[in-house]
Write a protein that binds this ligand. Structure first.
Ligand code: 5GP
Ligand code: ZN
Length: 115
């Protein structure tokens, strides 16, 4: 069994505020939100990062993208939102189980990167 924190959340071993689940995808509120809406969407199958994706992940990642748009709308982000996938050391990825951030609820959101 994986000790990965997001694998443990998917298995229900660590509590989370679930917003969506299907065969391939699990989504939950970020524990430390940086916007009024801050949801994490993960593939149920562990993959370290976006840089580790291969053809075997295409179905799950396609489902993840479709689910993310639906989740954002369900969270009230009908006029737009932002999605982010931090990858690797340079991308300041903290949790090495691929996850898509959905950020919204501010109008507008702050600029993407500080200069
Ligand atoms: P990263 O920097 O890897 O893209 O983002 C990791 C995110 O996971 C952070 O926004 C952090 O707040 C969130 N996070 C870390 N541990 C937990 C947890 O145990 N539960 C939840 N819900 N979010 C977590
Ligand atoms: Zn994992």
């Amino acid at each position: 069994m994986s000790e990965c924190i997001f694998c443990r959340i998917v298995r229900g071993e660590i509590p989370s505020k679930k917003v969506y689940e299907d065969e391939h995808v699990y989504a939950f509120h970020d524990i430390n939100p940086v916007a009024p809406v801050h949801v994490l969407v993960v593939p149920k199958q562990h993959v370290d990062s976006m840089a580790h994706l291969t053809a075997e992940h295409e179905v799950a990642m396609g489902r993840l993208m479709v689910a993310a748009g639906q989740i954002a709308r369900d969270q009230g982000c009908t006029d737009g939102f932002r999605t982010i996938i931090n990858t690797g050391r340079v991308g300041l990825q903290e949790v090495y189980h691929l996850h898509l951030h959905i950020l919204g609820g501010a109008d507008p959101l702050p600029p993407m990167l500080k200069r």
